[in-house]
Design a protein around this ligand. Sequence first.
Ligand code: PLP
Length: 491
Amino acid sequence: MASGNGKLLRRCTTNGSPSACGHSWEPRHKMPKSTGESNQARSWNLSMLWFFTGAVIVFHLFAVFVVLPLYKDGGNRSNFPFPASSCSGNEQRTETSVLKEDEISVSSTSGSIPISMDSVINLDHGDPTMYEKFWRQTGNAAELVIPGSQTMSYFSDVANLCWFLEPEFAAEIRRLHRLVGNAVAVPDRYIIVGTGSSQLFQAALFALSTSPEVFGHGGGGRPLPVVSSVPYYSSYPAATDLLQSGLFRWAGDARSLKEGDKPYIEVVCSPSNPDGLLKTASVSSNSGKVIHDLAYYWPQYTAITSPADHDLMLFTASKCTGHAGMRLGWAIVKNREVAKRMVKFIEVSTIGVSKDSQLRAAKILKTVSDQYELEAAEDFTKLFHFARKTMRDRWQTLRLVIAASDAFSLPVFQPQYCNFMKENTLPFPAFAWLKCERDIDDCESFLRQKHKILTRGGKHFGADTKHVRISMLDRVETFDMFIERLSSIDL
Ligand SMILES: Cc1ncc(COP(=O)(O)O)c(C=O)c1O
């Protein structure tokens, strides 16, 4: 860089004048003094005219044939000249790109409480603000002060495979899983921390698609299909295809994947976002790798029937304790090589994960577990009891409203015994997967345009437009106003 700048500088100062660069052009703009000079100037002007005309034509051709089609298509990336090796079928890419375009849903009402009866009610995101009430009542138990001199180094635990994982946080993760019994997190399982489980999802795609087994299986030369059964979590397609990786490519519904010995990655989200059902892998082939997204496998949402013990499991603080803004998730991984590649991904993309957030998360998880170890603690001071009661009350209220109308329907769930709560329980999912009945074909538009209720339409989840996903995790004020508005819909 230094030598490049040096060259430029020298070229501009050869005349010894600070404006030497300007001087070399100046005579061409001066009036000619003699006829010879005048002819020379005329032919120069003509050349310039041809040059500019040519440039204008080239510019127009570029605008008409390259730029305009992109705009007309709403920036659909399928029209970009990707190298053939990074594309796996245009039809699929077009569908994915539409989803990606529509995925941008942050609006002026995101995260806010509706203030009047005709305000927009935004239940599009799964923003877990319902939990604020719980954490407000814990007083200073979950408070943390970090002195200016702390958490300054990049490194947390260099002896650990995941060198940026704070040991206190790792210990509290293992303790919480032991307490709840929802996952095997014994010492020989690798824990990897990520900036939200969103980052870990990408790290997992990278780790699984670069595994030597996959390459040896004929997966080396093309992007690996990534599938999930419909309705799938709406972020999977966008997160998979964002960087147009040559390693993996979103391929839609797991059930449409033709079984064979070709490698693939299946994402299993259980309980499922958006519909709350428990899921297992749809594709049963030895050449597949599975990512288990267990963001909602906590007792406030579903019965804990056994400790999950899959090869690669993802969890997030966002839906466990409600601290989405902390941006922390963790993966529990069996295979050392897969864990190493996930760590490599995070190392290269963000050189680790916020230590401040990890220390705060350790304190939050510790507060949760401590409360369960206190014999005399009241139920409302225990996170999972508080959250499950809130979810149960909300679902009961919602079901009453839905039962009174023939315009909508909800999935029907079966009770199961919860080992943690020690009783039979129905699922109380974080989202209501609402179906518009009768002649409402586009439920999302119907609720948005006619009733100012923002939801996420079924097509984002690979499903039909009669379905919408509605967050059940918002603040009480928002939820109550939603219920009131929904009950007033008269078809
Ligand atoms: C199923 C599922 N997985 C992952 C995430 C992302 O979680 P995080 O906030 O940790 O990135 C969400 C968030 O809504 C989710 O619903």
